[in-house]
Write a protein that binds this ligand. Structure first.
Ligand SMILES: Nc1ncnc2c1ncn2[C@@H]1O[C@H](COP(=O)(O)OP(=O)(O)OP(=O)(O)O)[C@@H](O)[C@H]1O
Length: 537
């Protein structure tokens, strides 16, 4: 009776120590040590194998086992089977279906038919008795713990409760370790993915450098473009928001890159969003990202361009095309300097330098009610206007030589230059599509010229030129448009005041009541000339 009580006390202490150790185990090797150092001796076994059911549900494989070099064998065969073994091998399946341990006497077992080879190998290693206890995760059977004793009568029935408790604890430990291994595997995948992304990023930067002109090599030394370079130089080092204005193809994106490349943020990739190219319903997710499942079709979490541009520059191209609801959201992000993913629970602080560009006249867009004046003032902290090519015709020869070389090299043609007459024709043209149009024309011409110099250039007919010229003088505008623009200019100049000596009415030489009714008729509202945004810091 007394020995029974002291045995139970010992078992209870063993279990307590075991469960503490199991709770602290993080890796397979921790569990291996615990079983070897704390369990085997207490149970009276010499060796063990813990076999788990594989994902295929029909085979099992060893997960943990005694150090193989310590197992003495007569035949030299290793009894730990590393290959997959059928669950229904006549031994494993006897234990997996039972709550209680199953004990086998090996001498009589090996006399039976179709005994698995490992049983014979264990017998050859001197094992007399083998006990199997199933190991579960909660109620779900996961595998079987095989315990091997070198003498008979070790696994007595009165200790079955203790053995089962051990197996239960082991089940919890195994589940924790498997979950931990899965997380580590995923972390490793993420680490690999990150390395790959960093490599791609570096590669893309290199490619981009090859493709793009460095700031000091941008073609063109006319006074008009030198003025732009000076502005770029002045603003690049700061964090100020820049608004690049200019007709299509004047080089706004090139200038945006130059601002970024000359800024302290140059080591990170400049992130670009073309506000006109992305459907309005996807733009919010493009800019701010979304959480998985935040809307139909949001199958995965997505990082927005704002987040990607953290500590870098975000280039918002074609900002004039931003839909009204996105204008409000962008304004908020710029004011608060924080963003929220769609479906996200927390706001994120971001440090993003904004460079925006448009070929639209944003003041006209404001008057027409299509662009928010408060967003305009927040973006227009440092405006840079690019001259159209027709206002920098002296740069045409250099640009032509540059593009001839670029496309001759690209297409493997030996083209050395352009005839003066053809160049003269290019200098006389109005270039509504600006540098991009010139570039495309030279690319086409190079492909049509086999070698030598370019003697012929094919420009659009005069009619096309006339209709496509966006010159201020030839642009068709309504009187109301011109009136609206001029009134707006005067009201802004008067800091929003209409009446009084310093008001807009006095400047326009109109009674203030006439000006107010004119403004109402033209749809000019307060928000068109008052900036409600906070200061850009
Ligand atoms: N100074 C320059 N020297 C050489 N190439 C230039 C120069 N400026 C612009 N380009 C080239 O002209 C093309 C058009 O330039 P870019 O895309 O920057 O114009 P954009 O004003 O942004 O056009 P859009 O308004 O249509 O977006 C590009 O291929 C660019 O490399």
């Amino acid at each position: 009776m007394n020995t029974d009580i002291s045995r139970k006390k010992d078992e209870f202490e063993t279990l307590l120590c075991f469960s503490k150790a199991i709770a602290a185990a993080r890796h397979r090797s921790d569990l291996w040590e615990i079983v070897n150092e704390q369990l085997l001796e207490n149970i009276g076994a010499s060796y063990y194998t813990l076999c788990l059911i594989n994902e295929d549900a029909v085979t099992h494989s060893p997960f943990l086992y005694s150090a193989e070099k310590k197992i003495r064998t007569v035949t030299g065969e290793n009894p730990v089977m590393h290959l997959k073994h059928p669950v229904h091998d006549g031994i494993f399946n006897k234990a997996i279906d039972r709550e209680e341990p199953v004990v086998f006497d090996l001498r009589s077992l090996i006399r039976q038919k179709n005994v698995p080879a490992y049983v014979i190998h264990w017998y050859n290693s001197g094992v007399k008795e083998m006990m199997l206890i199933r190991v579960c995760n909660g109620k779900e059977p996961k595998g079987v713990l095989y315990l091997y004793a070198l003498k008979a009568g070790v696994f007595t029935k009165r200790r079955y409760g203790f053995f089962t408790s051990i197996a239960d604890q082991l089940g919890t430990g195994v589940s924790n370790i498997l979950a931990n291994e899965k997380v580590e595997l995923q972390l490793e995948e993420i680490r690999q993915y990150k390395i790959q992304l960093e490599q791609e990023n570096r590669y893309l930067k290199e490619e981009r450098k090859k493709d793009r002109l460095p700031a000091d090599k941008t073609v063109g030394r006319s006074a008009a473009i030198r003025n732009v370079y000076e502005l770029v130089e002045k603003v690049a080092a700061s964090d100020a928001t820049v608004l690049i204005l200019g007709e299509t193809g004047t080089g706004k994106e090139l200038i945006a890159h130059q601002i970024h490349d000359s800024s302290p943020r140059r080591d990170k990739l400049m992130i670009k969003v073309n506000c006109a190219a992305i459907p309005a319903n996807l733009l919010e997710s493009e800019l701010f990202g979304h959480e998985k499942g935040s809307f139909t079709g949001a199958l995965d979490k997505r990082i927005g361009k704002f987040e990607l541009a953290d500590n870098s520059t975000l280039f918002l191209d074609e900002i004039g095309e931003l839909p009204p609801e996105m204008q409000a959201k962008l304004l908020r992000a710029l004011q608060e300097k924080e963003i929220e993913r769609i479906g996200g629970k927390a706001v994120m602080k971001v440090n993003v330098r904004i460079v925006a560009a448009t070929n639209k006249n944003l003041e006209e867009e404001i008057v027409a009610g299509r662009f928010r004046s408060d967003l305009y003032y927040r973006l227009c902290v440092f405006p840079i206007t690019l001259p159209p090519l027709r206002e920098r015709r002296e740069d045409i020869p250099a640009l032509v030589s540059f593009f001839i070389e670029k496309y001759a090299v690209g297409s493997g043609r030996k083209i050395t230059g352009i005839a003066p007459k053809a160049l003269q024709k290019l200098k006389a043209y109005s270039w509504p599509g600006n540098i991009r149009e010139l570039e495309h024309l030279i690319e086409r011409t190079v492909l049509l010229t086999s070698a030598g110099i370019i003697t012929e250039v094919s420009l659009p007919s005069k009619n096309t030129m006339l209709f496509s010229r966006p010159d201020a003088e030839t642009q068709v505008r309504s009187l109301a448009d011109v009136e609206r623009e001029h009134i707006l200019k005067m009201v802004r100049l008067s800091n929003g005041r209409i009446s009084g000596a310093a008001g807009a009415a006095a400047k326009l030489q109109l009674p203030s009541t006439t000006l107010i009714s004119k403004m109402q008729k033209l749809g000019i509202r307060k928000e068109h000339f008052i900036d409600s945004g906070k200061e850009n810091g």
